[in-house]
Ligand binder design. Sequence first.
Ligand SMILES: *Cc1c(COP(=O)(O)O)cnc(C)c1O
Length: 498
Amino acid sequence: MGVSELDHAVCRENVLKPMDAEQLREHAHKMVDFIADYYKTIEDFPVLSQVEPGYLRKLLPDSAPDKPESLQSVLDDVQAKILPGVTHWQSPNYFAYFPSNSSVAGFLGEMLSAGINMVGFSWITSPAATELETIVLDWLGKTLKLPEEFLSAGQGGGVIQGTASEAVLVVLLAARDRVLRRVGKNALEKLVVYSSDQAHSALQKACQIAGIHPENCRVLKADSSTNYALNPDTLNQAISRDISIGLLPFFLSATVGTTSSTAVDPLLALGKVAKCNGIWFHVDAAYAGSACICPENRHYIDGVEEADSFNMNAHKWFLTNFDCSPLWVKDRNALIQSLSTNPEFLKNKASQANMVVDYKDWQIPLGRRFRSLKLWMVLRLYGLENLQSYIRNHINLAKYFEGLVLEDKRFEVVTPRTFSLVCFRLLPPDNTEDGGNKLNQDLLDAVNSSGKIFISHTVLSGKYILRFAIGAPLTEEAHVTAAWKVFQDEASALLRSL
Ligand SMILES: *Cc1c(COP(=O)(O)O)cnc(C)c1O
């Protein structure tokens, strides 16, 4: 044997076997035990991580190891060094932003998806991934009673985006290119986008990416008398003004369940205005869409028949582990015309013959995960009745919390509760200059640094407001009761110190 052949033989002996089935079995069982124990003890951690910026660099080596380490040593580091820097979104005492549900079904779906680990950009790269996605989004679309045009049998259909931000971006691009095909590319700087000032910042980001002139993003003042919904007259006036100065209105994004206060824009009336003006009408129901699977809440999306696209985040309040953001469109060709490419290296008979869906043409990236598995598992392992009662339970808990706030005259509920978010604040003693904003900031800091609960805030009409968003899968009435006690105790301490 020559030297180089010898090297090769030695190399072959030691070559890494990174996906050995028996090692997977052993290690994955260990990992599942670790995760199950995490959930069992999740309430022992401060909900909001209390570490300082840069804490981790001090705890980890400067470079990657040359030799392998054991799984146990990694898990020990996770316990000692990583978990302290985790904010526990799955804690039952997590009430910040909006929830981001995990569940056994969602977890198993993620696990299976990680196991299969295919990259399903075209139908041929894993026919089941594409076909299951189409079917599951038809299921969910029917559950939400979306109009037929959003289902796959006609010209429309559903696609799972990673996030609501990507969803609004892709429909904005589709709408932009549709209008530019009609009026010519030079009109880009005349295009105008409409939303209320309560729309999510994802829309602004999408406009930046899509090259919409910054001065043509109409952020219309929401109506404080309707819990900050967008008034259709306000929209109508803005559109007329823009048309009169030669601009081209082309996109409206309405929200069902705004991030600040869960305001519901009046879809039917807004949709009519959009339709009259040939505007693409997008509905962002990222958080509240889940609630609309309950018949008693479905009316919040009445008017969705006027929309061109509709989006909800199953990864928020629908027990589907992050990420999973279903988007439905009525005209899938608008998306495809904007986002498709057809390079030689991806050509195949099924795609060429136009017999299949290639979801790569409905999204920004090429590669895509098998996300439909987890949504399918959530729907099958829980069933609609359980999912509906899951949502109802959180809404009832929010009503309960709202009642507790209303009973304590030191506090006020600031906007009417619609879903499972309560917006409230501590009333300032009479002569407070800033109307109590600093007081409520201090209260937020106090409750969050207690580690007992985690909440977030917003500002509406200049008022600093505490947001208490219920929706974590483990939250029960006792957690809500205890959380209210934290507010009361910290408020008493703050008021005493004034
Ligand atoms: C959460 C949320 C978003 C952004 O969601 P991502 O999936 O993180 O992009 C957008 N709009 C609304 C109304 C939301 O609640």
